[in-house]
Design a protein around this ligand. Sequence first.
Ligand SMILES: [Zn+2]
Length: 143
Amino acid sequence: MCVEKTPWEQVIDFHGHTCPEIALGYRVAQIAMRELGIKPTPSAELKVTAQTHSCALDAFQVLNHATYGRGALIVEEQGQHNYMFEYTGTTVRVFITINPEILDHLVIPKDLSSRREVQNATLEAIQFLLSSEESMFCSIQKE
Ligand SMILES: [Zn+2]
């Protein structure tokens, strides 16, 4: 039997490891798709502009098909987890800003002694990032 991979599994496969930042990207990618709605024309491409470089970007490459190679993923480094999504040929833009309290959960404490502790802290952070209330997770602005 061939079981299709879930979107989460596809993202993790592509990214190469499981980490809090990829969970953040996964959630942002899904919120963006919901807010943008359906693709306006067959030739429209989703473009993402990120204000920081992080693991999160790989989720956009998989889920939004906004690949770096095609120039659909742009990073303007400002050290901030702010993301803008837009379809080419349209004027609608969706801005997603991650709330500052959420960012604390991206960092796994350095003083953990065992691999297991690190693993547990990582899983806890991912769980938190994926399940926190959306209003607590980010703010969304449409233009
Ligand atoms: Zn990562």
